[in-house]
Design a protein around this ligand. Structure first.
Ligand code: F6P
Length: 353
């Protein structure tokens, strides 16, 4: 058999990247995409390091069966990530298309949230074949019931609330627990529900500080001398008088949040007279091993994504609807964020105060 390179059949090369904030389950997706891509579809798989930044720079790593072995339970991403928006970089698009040509990449599987998939959607319009996989602990991507990473984050919040309950009760304190969620309060609502929070404050519903302090005081006088308040980082008060936040913006124009927990705890202590402490869970919610649910969802997403590439169905995102994995247009998925279901929030309110 003639084994000269030019006589071998051209194998389709597929690039995989992870962009935006990391979350548990990214490696499980990469493993599934690469394994099915190599074994079933005979693709040549190439890892692109650090999201869209790596594609502009030509920062690539070949992916074979060994490089993805043993990564299923690992948090983070073996490919690295960044919050780079190539449409905000001078000549970014040109750099991307020249690297695609140089590395002979025919299609990209982009694993990310609204920002990363927003870029994938724009690149698709520019002629690059993309398939998206919905990732974010925030669960705020449209057209899918769940993003992977969310279930793990909710489990972390639940465990934290269980632990904070015992210390709150021992010291007769109010505990304010700040969780992630800048535009949508999914983590706060589901984590708060599972962890038995006494108040849950979310970006979708501006909160009334008087109502919360009144409720905490009532709890106190009926014998519950401790309270747990869960606040999403993007939550804000109705009157907007006591919140300060950084004005620093990232490449996608998001304000860097964090800190409302401290401001709110001071305000609650001042208004109720009860000793109050704040805990900011921060990036703990994004770290460590994914739950079984997230490992399975990530695996299903990865397999479905590479199947879409094989079928030539580009400009699509894999999505969970009910218990089925389906494909939805990327353009629809990134058109608007998915905010908290108000029926679920009403249910959570049954347990307020
Ligand atoms: O997008 C996911 C997320 O975890 C948000 O909940 C949070 O606001 C943001 O990322 C934090 O970003 P960074 O890791 O850049 O601080």
């Amino acid at each position: 058999m003639d084994d000269k390179p030019e006589s071998r059949p051209r194998v389709m090369r597929v690039g995989v990247l992870t962009g935006g904030g990391d979350c548990p389950g990214l490696n499980a997706v990469i493993r599934a995409v690469v394994r099915k891509g190599i074994l079933n579809h005979k693709f040549d798989m190439l890892g692109i390091r650090n999201g869209w930044l790596g594609l502009m720079e030509g920062n690539m790593v070949p992916l074979d069966l060994n490089s993805i072995s043993g990564i299923l339970p690992r948090g983070g991403t073996i490919l690295g990530t960044s919050r780079t928006n190539p449409f905000k970089v001078e000549g970014g698009l040109g750099k991307i298309f020249s690297q695609l040509k140089k590395f002979e990449i025919s299609a990209i599987v982009a694993i990310g949230g609204e920002d990363t998939l927003g870029v994938a959607n724009k690149l698709q319009a520019e002629g690059l074949d993309c398939v998206g996989v919905p990732k974010t602990i925030d669960n705020d991507l449209s057209c899918t019931d769940y993003t992977f990473g969310f279930d793990t984050a909710v489990s972390i919040v639940t465990e934290a609330l269980d632990r904070l309950h015992t210390t709150a009760e021992a010291h007769h304190r109010v505990m304010v627990v700040e969780v992630m969620g800048r535009h949508a309060g999914w983590i706060a609502v589901e984590g708060g529900l599972a962890g038995g929070a006494d108040y849950i404050l979310i970006p979708e519903v501006p909160f009334d500080i008087n109502e919360i302090c009144g409720g905490i005081t009532k709890r106190h006088y009926r014998g519950k001398e401790f309270s747990i308040v869960v606040v999403a980082e993007g939550a804000s008060p109705k009157d907007d008088t006591f919140i300060t936040q950084s004005q620093e913006l990232d490449a996608f124009g998001h304000v860097r949040l964090g800190g409302i927990g401290y401001v709110l705890s001071k305000e609650i202590e001042k208004r109720t007279g009860f000793e109050t402490r704040a805990t900011v869970l921060g990036h703990v919610q994004r770290g460590g091993s994914p739950t079984a649910f997230d490992r399975i969802l990530a695996t299903r997403y990865g397999v479905a994504a590479i199947d879409l590439v094989q079928e030539g169905k580009f400009g699509q995102m894999v999505s969970l609807q009910g218990n089925k994995i389906v494909a939805v247009p990327l353009a629809e998925a990134v058109a608007k964020i998915k905010t908290v279901d108000m029926d679920l929030y009403e249910l959570a309110k049954v347990f307020f105060g």
